[in-house]
Design a protein around this ligand. Structure first.
Ligand SMILES: [Zn+2]
Length: 124
């Protein structure tokens, strides 16, 4: 259904060559990732209307919860740590992965609602 490799690499949903993001961002320097408004390669518009990425917030929420559950299971059952260390490890991971989640959620959102390719592949 989705091209998972291109989502992870942050490539354009239309040509699969141009980058969606200009900068990756850095949570320790309070820098958020910056997007290209259009694909440098094929001119595909990433933000289709004002507030288009509002819905990416829900993707980000689901992504963060999934990560937190995995970390919680790892910390509690494999490392056998208590509730307070588990809380701080999860909170630290949420901060560290924030720019990654920002990029992933917007990329997933773009791929969910991408336009059909004009010279598209048939079937799937
Ligand atoms: Zn493109």
């Amino acid at each position: 259904m989705f091209d998972i490799l291109n989502i992870i690499r942050g490539k354009c949903p239309n040509c699969e060559k141009g980058d969606i993001f200009d900068t990756r961002g850095n949570p320790f320097l309070f820098r958020m990732p910056r997007m290209h408004p259009k694909c440098k390669n094929c001119r595909y518009t990433f933000s289709r209307e004002p507030g288009y990425f509002f819905g990416a917030m829900y993707v980000s929420y689901a992504l963060t919860i999934a990560e937190m559950i995995v970390i919680l299971l790892f910390v509690k059952f494999l490392l056998g740590l208590g509730n307070l260390p588990a809380f701080f490890i999860i909170a630290f991971t949420a901060v560290v992965s924030s720019t990654f989640n920002f990029r992933m959620s917007r990329t997933i959102w773009i791929y969910m609602f991408r336009k059909k390719k004009i010279t598209g592949r048939t079937g799937a």
